[in-house]
Design a protein around this ligand. Structure first.
Ligand code: GLU
Length: 290
Protein backbone atom coordinates (compact mmCIF):
# COMPACT_ATOMS: atom_id res chain seq x y z
CA UNK A 1 0.00 0.00 0.00
CA UNK A 2 1.34 3.43 -0.83
CA UNK A 3 0.00 6.97 -0.71
CA UNK A 4 -3.35 7.63 -2.21
CA UNK A 5 -5.29 5.39 0.16
CA UNK A 6 -8.94 6.49 0.39
CA UNK A 7 -11.22 4.91 2.98
CA UNK A 8 -14.73 5.80 4.11
CA UNK A 9 -17.12 5.58 7.02
CA UNK A 10 -20.64 5.00 5.70
CA UNK A 11 -23.20 4.96 8.51
CA UNK A 12 -26.95 4.60 7.98
CA UNK A 13 -28.49 7.04 10.45
CA UNK A 14 -31.53 4.89 11.15
CA UNK A 15 -30.85 5.01 14.88
CA UNK A 16 -28.39 6.59 17.30
CA UNK A 17 -24.69 6.01 16.62
CA UNK A 18 -23.48 2.95 18.41
CA UNK A 19 -20.12 1.65 19.70
CA UNK A 20 -20.07 -0.68 16.66
CA UNK A 21 -20.20 2.42 14.44
CA UNK A 22 -17.31 3.91 16.37
CA UNK A 23 -15.30 0.75 15.70
CA UNK A 24 -16.09 0.95 11.98
CA UNK A 25 -15.21 4.66 11.87
CA UNK A 26 -11.90 4.14 13.67
CA UNK A 27 -10.94 1.25 11.39
CA UNK A 28 -11.43 3.47 8.36
CA UNK A 29 -9.70 6.49 9.94
CA UNK A 30 -6.71 4.48 11.14
CA UNK A 31 -6.15 2.70 7.84
CA UNK A 32 -6.17 6.04 6.02
CA UNK A 33 -3.89 7.68 8.60
CA UNK A 34 -1.43 4.79 8.52
CA UNK A 35 -0.85 5.51 4.84
CA UNK A 36 -1.12 9.29 4.82
CA UNK A 37 -4.44 8.84 3.04
CA UNK A 38 -7.93 10.25 3.17
CA UNK A 39 -10.98 9.09 5.12
CA UNK A 40 -14.34 10.22 3.77
CA UNK A 41 -17.80 10.30 5.32
CA UNK A 42 -20.87 9.08 3.45
CA UNK A 43 -24.39 9.23 4.86
CA UNK A 44 -26.28 6.14 3.70
CA UNK A 45 -29.79 7.47 4.17
CA UNK A 46 -31.57 5.97 1.15
CA UNK A 47 -33.85 3.89 3.32
CA UNK A 48 -36.05 6.89 4.00
CA UNK A 49 -38.70 4.78 5.67
CA UNK A 50 -36.33 4.20 8.56
CA UNK A 51 -34.99 7.73 8.63
CA UNK A 52 -35.47 10.21 11.39
CA UNK A 53 -33.85 13.59 10.85
CA UNK A 54 -33.01 13.74 14.53
CA UNK A 55 -30.65 10.75 14.16
CA UNK A 56 -28.64 12.53 11.48
CA UNK A 57 -28.19 15.56 13.74
CA UNK A 58 -27.32 13.30 16.65
CA UNK A 59 -24.77 11.48 14.47
CA UNK A 60 -22.93 14.69 13.59
CA UNK A 61 -23.06 15.70 17.22
CA UNK A 62 -21.65 12.36 18.42
CA UNK A 63 -18.86 12.46 15.81
CA UNK A 64 -17.88 15.95 16.99
CA UNK A 65 -18.00 14.83 20.61
CA UNK A 66 -15.79 11.81 19.80
CA UNK A 67 -13.42 14.15 17.94
CA UNK A 68 -13.70 11.99 14.83
CA UNK A 69 -12.89 13.95 11.70
CA UNK A 70 -13.31 13.12 8.07
CA UNK A 71 -11.75 14.64 4.97
CA UNK A 72 -13.37 16.35 2.04
CA UNK A 73 -17.06 16.77 1.38
CA UNK A 74 -19.70 14.56 2.97
CA UNK A 75 -21.61 12.48 0.42
CA UNK A 76 -25.32 12.08 1.14
CA UNK A 77 -27.13 9.31 -0.73
CA UNK A 78 -30.53 11.02 -0.83
CA UNK A 79 -28.87 13.73 -2.97
CA UNK A 80 -27.94 11.18 -5.60
CA UNK A 81 -31.14 9.57 -6.89
CA UNK A 82 -30.48 10.84 -10.43
CA UNK A 83 -27.11 9.07 -10.47
CA UNK A 84 -28.64 5.80 -9.27
CA UNK A 85 -31.45 6.09 -11.81
CA UNK A 86 -28.86 6.47 -14.60
CA UNK A 87 -27.00 3.35 -13.47
CA UNK A 88 -30.24 1.35 -13.27
CA UNK A 89 -31.07 2.44 -16.82
CA UNK A 90 -27.68 1.20 -18.03
CA UNK A 91 -28.19 -2.16 -16.33
CA UNK A 92 -31.68 -2.41 -17.82
CA UNK A 93 -30.28 -1.63 -21.28
CA UNK A 94 -27.75 -4.44 -20.78
CA UNK A 95 -30.65 -6.85 -20.13
CA UNK A 96 -29.49 -7.44 -16.57
CA UNK A 97 -32.62 -6.28 -14.71
CA UNK A 98 -36.12 -7.67 -14.57
CA UNK A 99 -39.21 -6.49 -12.70
CA UNK A 100 -40.35 -8.59 -9.75
CA UNK A 101 -43.99 -8.42 -8.64
CA UNK A 102 -43.72 -10.86 -5.71
CA UNK A 103 -44.53 -9.72 -2.20
CA UNK A 104 -42.29 -10.59 0.73
CA UNK A 105 -44.72 -13.20 2.03
CA UNK A 106 -45.07 -14.79 -1.43
CA UNK A 107 -41.29 -15.16 -1.59
CA UNK A 108 -41.23 -16.64 1.88
CA UNK A 109 -43.75 -19.31 0.95
CA UNK A 110 -42.06 -19.99 -2.42
CA UNK A 111 -38.79 -20.60 -0.58
CA UNK A 112 -40.53 -22.78 2.04
CA UNK A 113 -42.21 -24.84 -0.68
CA UNK A 114 -38.83 -25.49 -2.23
CA UNK A 115 -37.67 -26.75 1.18
CA UNK A 116 -34.92 -24.16 1.41
CA UNK A 117 -33.80 -22.48 4.63
CA UNK A 118 -33.22 -18.73 4.69
CA UNK A 119 -29.64 -17.62 3.98
CA UNK A 120 -27.70 -16.90 7.18
CA UNK A 121 -27.04 -13.22 6.44
CA UNK A 122 -29.11 -12.34 3.38
CA UNK A 123 -32.49 -13.78 4.41
CA UNK A 124 -34.84 -15.37 1.89
CA UNK A 125 -32.99 -15.80 -1.41
CA UNK A 126 -35.31 -15.10 -4.29
CA UNK A 127 -36.07 -18.26 -6.32
CA UNK A 128 -36.35 -16.30 -9.60
CA UNK A 129 -40.13 -16.62 -10.09
CA UNK A 130 -40.61 -13.39 -12.05
CA UNK A 131 -37.50 -13.99 -14.17
CA UNK A 132 -39.51 -16.77 -15.83
CA UNK A 133 -42.63 -14.68 -16.60
CA UNK A 134 -43.56 -14.45 -20.30
CA UNK A 135 -42.80 -10.97 -21.77
CA UNK A 136 -46.49 -10.25 -22.51
CA UNK A 137 -47.44 -10.90 -18.87
CA UNK A 138 -44.65 -8.59 -17.72
CA UNK A 139 -45.76 -5.87 -20.16
CA UNK A 140 -49.36 -6.21 -18.98
CA UNK A 141 -48.44 -5.92 -15.32
CA UNK A 142 -46.17 -2.94 -15.93
CA UNK A 143 -48.88 -1.21 -17.98
CA UNK A 144 -51.39 -1.86 -15.19
CA UNK A 145 -49.02 -0.25 -12.68
CA UNK A 146 -48.60 -3.37 -10.53
CA UNK A 147 -46.02 -2.47 -7.83
CA UNK A 148 -42.66 -4.05 -8.56
CA UNK A 149 -39.02 -4.03 -7.63
CA UNK A 150 -36.11 -4.50 -10.06
CA UNK A 151 -33.85 -7.48 -9.62
CA UNK A 152 -30.42 -8.26 -11.00
CA UNK A 153 -30.39 -11.35 -13.21
CA UNK A 154 -27.39 -12.83 -11.43
CA UNK A 155 -26.90 -15.69 -13.88
CA UNK A 156 -26.63 -13.24 -16.79
CA UNK A 157 -24.31 -11.04 -14.77
CA UNK A 158 -22.15 -14.05 -14.06
CA UNK A 159 -22.15 -14.95 -17.77
CA UNK A 160 -20.61 -11.51 -18.35
CA UNK A 161 -18.07 -11.34 -15.55
CA UNK A 162 -17.63 -14.89 -14.26
CA UNK A 163 -16.57 -15.17 -10.61
CA UNK A 164 -14.36 -12.09 -10.18
CA UNK A 165 -11.70 -11.85 -7.48
CA UNK A 166 -11.13 -9.27 -4.78
CA UNK A 167 -8.44 -8.75 -2.21
CA UNK A 168 -9.43 -8.85 1.44
CA UNK A 169 -6.79 -7.44 3.79
CA UNK A 170 -7.65 -10.01 6.48
CA UNK A 171 -8.72 -13.02 4.46
CA UNK A 172 -6.53 -12.76 1.34
CA UNK A 173 -7.72 -13.27 -2.22
CA UNK A 174 -11.44 -14.04 -2.49
CA UNK A 175 -13.46 -15.31 -5.43
CA UNK A 176 -17.06 -14.19 -5.64
CA UNK A 177 -19.71 -16.85 -6.06
CA UNK A 178 -22.53 -14.61 -7.29
CA UNK A 179 -25.32 -17.09 -7.99
CA UNK A 180 -25.21 -18.26 -4.38
CA UNK A 181 -26.85 -14.96 -3.45
CA UNK A 182 -29.74 -15.07 -5.90
CA UNK A 183 -31.24 -12.24 -7.94
CA UNK A 184 -30.81 -9.37 -5.48
CA UNK A 185 -33.03 -6.29 -5.54
CA UNK A 186 -31.39 -3.20 -7.02
CA UNK A 187 -34.45 -0.91 -6.87
CA UNK A 188 -37.36 -1.46 -4.52
CA UNK A 189 -41.10 -1.06 -5.02
CA UNK A 190 -41.35 2.05 -2.94
CA UNK A 191 -37.88 3.20 -3.49
CA UNK A 192 -35.61 4.06 -6.42
CA UNK A 193 -32.40 2.28 -5.35
CA UNK A 194 -31.04 -0.37 -3.00
CA UNK A 195 -28.06 -0.60 -0.65
CA UNK A 196 -26.16 -2.93 -3.02
CA UNK A 197 -26.45 -0.55 -5.95
CA UNK A 198 -25.70 2.68 -4.07
CA UNK A 199 -22.72 1.38 -2.13
CA UNK A 200 -20.95 0.19 -5.27
CA UNK A 201 -21.69 3.33 -7.27
CA UNK A 202 -20.72 5.62 -4.40
CA UNK A 203 -17.49 3.86 -3.46
CA UNK A 204 -16.41 4.35 -7.08
CA UNK A 205 -17.62 7.97 -7.20
CA UNK A 206 -15.70 8.78 -4.03
CA UNK A 207 -12.55 7.06 -5.32
CA UNK A 208 -12.50 4.67 -2.35
CA UNK A 209 -9.47 2.38 -2.55
CA UNK A 210 -10.09 0.45 0.68
CA UNK A 211 -13.51 -0.49 2.04
CA UNK A 212 -13.40 -1.26 5.75
CA UNK A 213 -16.61 -2.62 7.22
CA UNK A 214 -17.98 -5.24 9.57
CA UNK A 215 -17.76 -8.96 8.88
CA UNK A 216 -21.58 -9.02 8.67
CA UNK A 217 -21.22 -7.46 5.21
CA UNK A 218 -18.73 -10.03 3.90
CA UNK A 219 -21.42 -11.88 1.91
CA UNK A 220 -22.59 -8.62 0.37
CA UNK A 221 -19.10 -8.12 -1.06
CA UNK A 222 -19.69 -11.05 -3.43
CA UNK A 223 -22.63 -9.14 -4.87
CA UNK A 224 -20.76 -5.82 -4.94
CA UNK A 225 -17.83 -7.36 -6.79
CA UNK A 226 -20.14 -8.63 -9.53
CA UNK A 227 -21.80 -5.22 -9.85
CA UNK A 228 -18.37 -3.58 -10.15
CA UNK A 229 -17.61 -6.05 -12.93
CA UNK A 230 -20.74 -5.42 -14.99
CA UNK A 231 -20.52 -1.64 -14.47
CA UNK A 232 -16.78 -1.51 -15.27
CA UNK A 233 -15.97 0.17 -11.94
CA UNK A 234 -12.60 0.06 -10.15
CA UNK A 235 -12.30 -2.61 -7.48
CA UNK A 236 -11.23 -1.48 -4.00
CA UNK A 237 -9.51 -3.73 -1.49
CA UNK A 238 -11.71 -4.83 1.41
CA UNK A 239 -11.15 -5.29 5.11
CA UNK A 240 -14.00 -6.98 7.00
CA UNK A 241 -13.38 -6.44 10.68
CA UNK A 242 -14.77 -8.54 13.53
CA UNK A 243 -17.95 -7.31 15.21
CA UNK A 244 -18.40 -6.30 18.84
CA UNK A 245 -20.22 -8.83 21.01
CA UNK A 246 -21.68 -8.89 24.50
CA UNK A 247 -20.54 -11.21 27.29
CA UNK A 248 -22.84 -13.94 26.01
CA UNK A 249 -21.17 -13.68 22.58
CA UNK A 250 -24.21 -12.06 21.00
CA UNK A 251 -23.54 -9.40 18.40
CA UNK A 252 -24.27 -5.86 19.62
CA UNK A 253 -27.20 -4.47 17.71
CA UNK A 254 -28.59 -0.99 17.19
CA UNK A 255 -31.48 -1.82 19.48
CA UNK A 256 -29.05 -2.19 22.40
CA UNK A 257 -29.64 1.40 23.42
CA UNK A 258 -27.19 1.18 26.32
CA UNK A 259 -24.35 0.95 23.81
CA UNK A 260 -25.32 4.09 21.94
CA UNK A 261 -22.78 6.90 22.08
CA UNK A 262 -25.56 9.22 23.30
CA UNK A 263 -26.33 7.01 26.30
CA UNK A 264 -22.65 6.66 27.18
CA UNK A 265 -22.35 10.45 27.04
CA UNK A 266 -25.40 10.77 29.28
CA UNK A 267 -23.96 8.36 31.83
CA UNK A 268 -20.90 10.58 32.19
CA UNK A 269 -18.33 8.87 29.98
CA UNK A 270 -15.71 11.08 28.37
CA UNK A 271 -14.75 10.53 24.71
CA UNK A 272 -11.38 9.16 25.88
CA UNK A 273 -13.13 6.64 28.14
CA UNK A 274 -15.38 5.47 25.32
CA UNK A 275 -12.38 4.97 23.01
CA UNK A 276 -10.53 3.25 25.83
CA UNK A 277 -13.44 0.86 26.48
CA UNK A 278 -13.47 0.02 22.78
CA UNK A 279 -9.73 -0.64 22.84
CA UNK A 280 -10.19 -2.95 25.83
CA UNK A 281 -13.03 -4.75 24.08
CA UNK A 282 -10.70 -5.38 21.14
CA UNK A 283 -8.10 -6.93 23.43
CA UNK A 284 -10.87 -9.31 24.64
CA UNK A 285 -11.62 -10.38 21.08
CA UNK A 286 -14.39 -7.80 20.64
CA UNK A 287 -16.32 -8.45 23.88
CA UNK A 288 -17.89 -5.17 25.00
CA UNK A 289 -18.38 -5.10 28.77
CA UNK A 290 -19.57 -1.58 29.56
N1 GLU B 1 -24.42 1.76 5.81
C1 GLU B 1 -24.02 0.48 6.28
C2 GLU B 1 -24.24 0.38 7.78
O1 GLU B 1 -24.40 1.39 8.46
C3 GLU B 1 -22.54 0.20 5.99
C4 GLU B 1 -22.30 -0.01 4.56
C5 GLU B 1 -20.89 -0.36 4.16
O2 GLU B 1 -19.95 -0.11 4.93
O3 GLU B 1 -20.72 -0.84 3.06
O4 GLU B 1 -24.27 -0.72 8.28
Amino acid sequence: MTRGVVTRFAPSPSGPLHVGHLLAALQARRLADAHGGTCLLRVEDIDQRAQHPEYLELMYDDLRWLDLHFDGEVMVQTDRFEVYRGVLNSLRAMGLLYPCFCTRSEIKSQVAEMGRAPHATLGYLYPGTCRKLPPDVVAEKLAAGVPHSWRLDMKRAQDLVGCPLWHDLRRGTQRSVPTEFGDVILARKDFPASYHLCVVVDDAAQGVTHVTRGADLFDATHIHRVLQGVLGLPVPDYCHHALLRDNAGKRLAKRDGARSIASLRKSGFTPAQVRDSLQQALTRGGIWQV
